[in-house]
Ligand binder design. Structure first.
Ligand code: SF4
Ligand code: SF4
Length: 481
C-alpha cells in the first residue's frame, strides 16, 4: 500500500483573493487550487505523509471520488506529492550554443565621484584612469555582431567608472556600431548607467536621437543621496544631479528613464525615496538594491535594516497591486521584475545573464562575466582579438548550473538560482559560493509576490497581457551599477 509524502521543496501555497494559489517551484508555474485540491493538500500539510486510501476515506462524501482522484493525480504529476523524495531537475541549458546578445564596454575605470560604497576594485580618478582604446572597443563590437548568431538585435552597454567622462569616444562607438550592425543586417540598442553629474543638452539630445536606455544612479533626496554619493573631495552631489535629471527627463522620451537606488546603512526609507524619485523628480521606474558589501563594510545593511527595507517594499508592492487592479502601471521596478518573472514562468538554472547572453569588455580588451568583474582578479574568458574562451566559459557555467545543496530545497531556487556571482565573489572570494546573506529576504519577497500576483490575476487578468505587449518599448536593460 503506497504512502504519499508531501514534497515541501517543490511548492509554495499562499492565500490570495480568497483562494489558495500554488507556486510550482521547479517551473515557476502558478495554479489556483480548487476546493478539493486545497483540502487534499491541507491534509498532507497536516500529516506530512498519508496512504492513498486514507485520503479517499477522509474526503468520502465531501468530494466525489473523481475530484479527489484528479487532485491527487495533479499534485503527483507536479511532484508536490510523491511516494518518496522527488527532485525536479530544472533542465540545464546547452551552454556552448548560447549566442551573445549584449556587450558591456568599460570605457574607463575613472569616475569623477568617490561614492563610499563603490565595489570596483580598480576605480580611479578620471586623471589616473585606465582607458578603453577606440580600436579595442571596435573589435568588441565586431565580436558582438559575429557572436550574436540568430539575434536580430544586439545591445551595447556603456559602463565605467563614469562613462560620460568619455562622451567623445562613446559617440564614435555609437556611429560605428550602427554602421556595422546595418551591414550585418541587425538592429542595435544602446544603454548606459550614469551618475548624471556630467549631463548637458548635447548629451541629452544624443540619447534621444539614438534611443538610449538611460539608468541614473541616485539615492533619493538631498539628505540620503549626499550621505554616500559624494565627489572625490567629499562634497555632496545632489543639487547638481537633480538639476541634470530634470533636464534629462524633459529631453528623453524615446525610452523610459529609470533610476537605481543603492541602499546602504542609514538609507533604508524606501517609500520616501520612491516618492521623491518617482513622484517629485519624475523617473519612470525606481529600483532598489542593497550595497554590495564585504562582511565588515561600514555601509552594509544588517538584518534589522533589511527588515525595514522589506516592509517598505511591501508597502510599495501593495500600491502596485492597487494600480494593477485599475489597469495602471506603477514605477516600482523590483515589483515589476518579480511580476514579470512569475508571469513568464522564469526557470533559472543560473542567476543572471552573465556569461550567457552577456559579457563585458575591460579596458585592456579582456572579456569578463559581467560589468562588475572587469578589473577584478576573477576570471578572464577570452579577449576581443582572440574571441570568447568557450572552454573556460562553458566550464564555469556548467559548474554554476550545479545547484548548491542548500539551494536544492529552497522554494526561491527557480527565481534566485544562488544569487549574484559578484556578491558571492566579494563576500566569499568565490563567485560560485552563494552568500546566503539575504535568503530569508528573497523567500519572503517571493511569497509576497505570489500573493500579489494571485490578487492581480483574479481581479484584472488583462493586466499582464497588456503589460507584455508594451514591454519591448519599456525601460532599458540597464545593469545593476
Ligand atoms: S541563495 Fe538562498 S534564496 Fe537563493 S536559491 Fe539558494 S537558498 Fe534559495
Ligand atoms: S552583477 Fe551579479 S547579477 Fe548582475 S550580471 Fe553581474 S553577476 Fe549577474
Amino acid at each position: 500500500m503506497s504512502t504519499l509524502q508531501l514534497q515541501r521543496h517543490n511548492y509554495r501555497a499562499v492565500h490570495a483573493g480568497g483562494q489558495r494559489i500554488l507556486l510550482h517551484v521547479p517551473t515557476t508555474s502558478l495554479f489556483e487550487l480548487d476546493r478539493a485540491a486545497d483540502a487534499v493538500l491541507g491534509l498532507l500539510e497536516e500529516k506530512g505523509e498519508v496512504r492513498r486510501e486514507d485520503v479517499q476515506a477522509r474526503f468520502d462524501g465531501a468530494y466525489s471520488p473523481g475530484e479527489v482522484c484528479d487532485s491527487l493525480t495533479d499534485l503527483l504529476s507536479l511532484g508536490v506529492l510523491a511516494d518518496g523524495r522527488k527532485d525536479y531537475a530544472i533542465a540545464a541549458r546547452p551552454i556552448e550554443r548560447t549566442p551573445l546578445n549584449t556587450l558591456v564596454l568599460t570605457l574607463t575605470t575613472g569616475c569623477n565621484l568617490g561614492c563610499s560604497y563603490c565595489y570596483r576594485e580598480d576605480l580611479t580618478t578620471p586623471r589616473a584612469a585606465a582607458l578603453l582604446e577606440r580600436e579595442v572597443a571596435m573589435r568588441g563590437i565586431d565580436l558582438l555582431l559575429r557572436e550574436a548568431v540568430d539575434h536580430p538585435r544586439v545591445n551595447v552597454v556603456f559602463f565605467g567608472g563614469e562613462p560620460l567622462t568619455r562622451f567623445a569616444l562613446l559617440r564614435e562607438l555609437v556611429a560605428y556600431a550602427e554602421e556595422q550592425a546595418a551591414l550585418a543586417g541587425k538592429g542595435v540598442d544602446f544603454s548606459l548607467t550614469t551618475n548624471a553629474t556630467l549631463l548637458n543638452d548635447e548629451i541629452v539630445e544624443f540619447f534621444q536621437a539614438h534611443r538610449f536606455g538611460v539608468s541614473v544612479s541616485m539615492d533619493g533626496d538631498e539628505l540620503n543621496h549626499d550621505r554616500h554619493r559624494i565627489t572625490i573631495g567629499g562634497k555632496g552631489t545632489y543639487k547638481q544631479v537633480a538639476q541634470n535629471v530634470r533636464r534629462l527627463l524633459a529631453g528623453v522620451s524615446a525610452r523610459p528613464v529609470g533610476v537605481r537606488v543603492t541602499l546602504a546603512r542609514g538609507n533604508t526609507d524606501v517609500v520616501r525615496l520612491y516618492r521623491h524619485l518617482h513622484d517629485e523628480l519624475g523617473f519612470a521606474e525606481v529600483g532598489f538594491a542593497p550595497a554590495t558589501a564585504g562582511k565588515d563594510a561600514p555601509f552594509g545593511l544588517g538584518d534589522d535594516e533589511m527588515r525595514v527595507v522589506l516592509d517598505a517594499m511591501k508597502t510599495l508592492g501593495r500600491e502596485y497591486v492597487q494600480a494593477a487592479r485599475r489597469g495602471e502601471r506603477h514605477g516600482f521596478s523590483n515589483m515589476n521584475q518579480l511580476m514579470q518573472d512569475l508571469w513568464s514562468g522564469t526557470r533559472k538554472t543560473l542567476p543572471c545573464g552573465a556569461g550567457i547572453g552577456l559579457l563585458a569588455v575591460g579596458t585592456r580588451g579582456d572579456l569578463s562575466l559581467c560589468h562588475r568583474f572587469t578589473g577584478s582578479d576573477f576570471g578572464r574568458f577570452g579577449d576581443v582579438e582572440q574571441g570568447i574562451d568557450r572552454a573556460a566559459l562553458t566550464d564555469f557555467l556548467q559548474q554554476a548550473q550545479e545547484p548548491h545543496p542548500a539551494c536544492r530545497d529552497c522554494r526561491a531556487r527557480s527565481i534566485c538560482a544562488g544569487g549574484c556571482y559578484h556578491e558571492a565573489y566579494v563576500r566569499n572570494g568565490n563567485p560560485l559560493s552563494p552568500t546566503f546573506a539575504h535568503c530569508d529576504f528573497v523567500r519572503e519577497w517571493l511569497d509576497f509576490g505570489i500573493e500579489c500576483y494571485g490578487e492581480i490575476i483574479l481581479a484584472n487578468p488583462a493586466f499582464f497581457t497588456a503589460r507584455s505587449a508594451a514591454d519591448p518599448a519599456r525601460a532599458a536593460a540597464a545593469l545593476t551599477p
